[in-house]
Design a protein around this ligand. Sequence first.
Ligand code: ATP
Ligand code: MG
Length: 445
Amino acid sequence: MRLSKYFLPVLKENPSEAQIVSHRLMLRAGMIKQSSAGIYSWLPLGFKVLRKLEELVHEEQISAGHIPMLMPTIQSADLWRESGRYEAYGHEMLRVKDRHKREMLYGPTNEELITDIFRTHVGSYKDLPMTLYHIQWKFRDEIRPRFGVMRGREFFMKDGYNFDIDFESALHSYNRHFVSYLRTYERMGLQALPMRAESGPIGGENTHEFLVLAETGESEVFYDSAIADLRIADRKVDYKNWDDCAMILKEWTTPYARTVETHDEALFSQIPEERQRKSRGIEVGQIFYFGTKYSEAMDAKVVTESGEGVPVHMGSHGIGVSRLVGAIIEASHDENGIIWPESVTPFHCGIVNLKQGDEETDSVCDTLYRGLRVLGLDPLYDDRYERAGGKFATMDLIGLPWRLTVGPRGLKNGVVELTSRSTGVSEEMPVESALQRLAEIYLKV
Ligand code: ATP
Ligand code: MG
């Protein structure tokens, strides 16, 4: 993309309405614009990041064996009456009436809808286990929407639902989600610690939240620092293997890690003092096993091998995709702006032309731009007639991991400059080597 042809409405001043750094930087970098309280338009740069996160979540879900689909945002109140949640959900649910005065709602979550789909089409143990998921907009009429996309009213969420014949099988589904979530966050360049949590209105006993540590997080958390040393890295995970998934869950749940709701001071104090951590965190996901709560209420039964009809065991699992955009920025920024992890960056590399209109710098920038695109990479070329300082400030603000700088001085020696956003280290090299380096970084070649 050439910046002169793009829509990147960056702000010079700090917007006064933003209280936390991610909100401030998302507004300043022209990623979002509030349309009403807790509801945002995703401007082109923000939309790119959102799409990247969405794609990465799909990849990890599909590799765990989960099946993507899409359910509507607007649901009928009738289904929610069956589960008893139409009244129970309270003011957080946005309720609407259609022209025939039928009661509808904007879905805050989808347990009822998916249970209805399941009971219509699935009746035998032979079809199980099965996990269906979608990534769709949700609406919760939060009493205090704030911190930009972190606590919106309309937000983008991956929600998945497992259907299993019995508790043991459902437990494997739980464990499999646990592992796939660890992998998902790690691929986003994030550390999200799984913590024992309270279940809230969805119900159920078995539940973990995944939290990104940040001072601005809304949850108070207590943990053993040993958990922060754990990594999935490039371990091969066999999602079909019950023991494999259970072992990974065990590894991550052995060190103490709990949110304030389930915190146990007596247990916490048994951790060696130098490993005790009290902090704050941003909830970026949660998994639940809730058994037959919905299948019983909504009569979703399957016939077992012995011919008996039993309510199906279920769980639900959510990732806050739009909240993650903010959470990644909270975890990765400096005083000049955002620092995107390579896996989620909106553009792979920025190109800064220090002397726009100069035949030689223009031509080298074009070569780099085309070369990167031929490699399948997505560069952002700042081809505006602007001061170098302004161009650098924009690049730092929007946080692309790599920047190529092209100026007459370097070209005299046949080199361009490649700069890392995170370390600030620059290296001079010929055009061909710069292309090769970026191919190595992004395409692992
Ligand atoms: P919270 O405790 O933050 O209100 P929740 O526990 O009610 O969230 P879940 O039902 O577990 O939310 O939804 C799954 C994920 O969706 C959460 O882990 C979070 O990342 C995201 N999420 C929930 N509410 C919001 C919101 N208002 N704005 C943005 N993301 C949200
Ligand atoms: Mg939650």
